[in-house]
Write a protein that binds this ligand. Structure first.
Ligand code: BGC
Length: 420
């Protein structure tokens, strides 16, 4: 008798489970994620996140918007939200996150953050952009930095460049050698955000971290209009002679491909470029070298990708949002993702064991710069000033790089852009 009751109970439970199972399958949780990770290395990294969620039963609906640094993605996002149809989540960075926070359209991640102890493990420099009014509204996935040079070791050897350039003069001398040996010295893509990425490297190398902070974060008029800024533009003119004639409009990953393929010696680019080298099965120290932009050693100009969830009136979707945010902060995921993406984890407690030499250096540099107060937000990637000023800076830098205004005019235009 007892046995029968037990049997009945077991089959009743099984029936309930099956029914629940079917129910769950019918209302499968899903996320629609807007992002700009369309290059080979970026897509490979994104797959780590997709796979993670799919394992948890959350379907991934992709909304990729191509275009480095995410300008096009942010335009597409605004259109979606304005038409009353926001995605579940969107990749975002820096001041854009705070802007959306101000509009009150994004979900509160505070309970999840508190449960996960995010306050203790995410560096304060990032938290500044993850919180609005003291509440978490974004889940940080990485720490990228923009002050890197990527070099083809074979090209350098052929050109007789035997040592890593440590300062401006050594860099220019090395690039000259590469050019004279018949290669393109610097693989560059003439798009405003890439010009600005190059510019901020030159700015830090020329004026140091205090100059950079005063000019491009605090927008101090005197510093912006100073002879140092003029020197930065003069140096941009020097670099202009070291890029090839077809640079205009080129995508950043195409430029990375020129270094990977042995056409060019160097690329000055954030460490998402490493994702391209890794994706092409290249190995640091053997095929390519990574080093801090000469003159910026000890300083890190960072930008961090974060995911922001939009307020939705759907319990299943909300549950999926929480799963997505939770997955992003999970230490094992942070390691697996950033190994592929080229960045450092957004948490300080992730071991560097799985990372290659450049990744280990990235993690160490961020920790040291954070201690030394030399971890500063990237202007080119939305971590120094709001988008309106950033875009005005882009405009001046690009016009100067294309020879439309001279050094002096560029200095004045930059200072005036900061006042608007
Ligand atoms: C983002 C990276 C991205 C790069 C190129 C940067 O602003 O932080 O994640 O790979 O742009 O699109």
């Amino acid at each position: 008798m007892k046995n029968l009751t037990q049997k009945f109970a077991v089959s009743a439970i099984t029936a309930v489970c099956l029914a629940l199972g079917t129910g769950a399958a019918m209302a499968q949780q899903s996320v629609e994620v807007l992002h700009w990770w369309t290059a080979g290395g970026e897509a490979a990294a994104l797959n780590v996140l997709k796979g993670n969620l799919e394992k948890q039963g959350v379907k991934w609906n992709d909304m990729p918007v191509a275009g480095g640094s995410g300008e096009a993605a942010m335009t597409a996002l605004r259109a979606r939200v304005t038409s009353g149809n926001p995605p579940t989540a969107s990749q975002m960075q820096g001041f854009d996150i705070l802007d959306w926070g101000k509009q009150g359209l994004v979900a509160d991640l505070n309970t999840l953050a508190q449960k996960g102890g995010w306050d203790k493990v995410v560096p304060p420099a990032l938290q500044k952009f993850s919180k609005y009014n003291g509440k978490w509204i974004a889940a940080p996935v990485n720490i990228h930095s923009t002050n890197w040079v990527w070099a083809n070791q074979v090209v350098l050897a052929k050109a007789g460049v035997t040592a890593e350039p440590k300062n401006w003069d050594e860099f220019i001398a090395a690039a000259d050698k590469v050019q004279k040996a018949g290669f393109i010295a610097i693989a560059h893509g003439g798009q405003p955000w890439q010009d600005a990425t190059l510019f901020e490297n030159v700015a830090v190398a020329t004026g140091g971290v205090d100059y950079y902070r005063k000019a491009f974060i605090e927008l101090d008029g005197k510093t912006l209009a100073s002879p140092t800024t003029e020197k930065v533009f003069q140096r941009m003119g020097q670099l202009r002679k070291l890029v090839d004639k077809d640079f205009s409009g080129r995508d950043w990953n195409v430029a990375s491909g020129m270094v990977i393929g042995g056409k060019a010696g160097f690329q000055v680019m954030g460490d998402w470029a490493k994702g391209e080298f890794v994706n092409a099965r290249q190995v640091p120290g053997k095929d390519f070298a990574c080093f801090r932009f000469p003159g910026t050693q000890g300083i890190v100009t960072f930008n961090a990708d974060q995911f922001v969830m939009f307020k939705l009136k759907d319990a299943d979707k909300e549950a999926a949002q929480q799963k997505l945010a939770n997955a992003i902060l999970e230490p094992g995921f942070q390691s697996a993702f950033n190994v592929v993406k080229g960045s450092a984890p957004a948490r300080t407690d992730v071991p560097d064991t799985a990372f290659d030499a450049c990744g280990k250096k990235a993690i160490k540099d961020v920790a040291e710069a954070s201690q030394a107060h030399t971890l500063v937000g990237s202007m080119a990637h939305g971590h120094a000033v709001p988008a309106s000023i950033k875009n005005a800076f882009y405009d001046v830098i690009t016009r100067h790089f294309n020879g439309q205004i001279d050094d002096k005019k560029a200095v004045a235009a930059l200072a005036s852009a900061a006042r608007n």
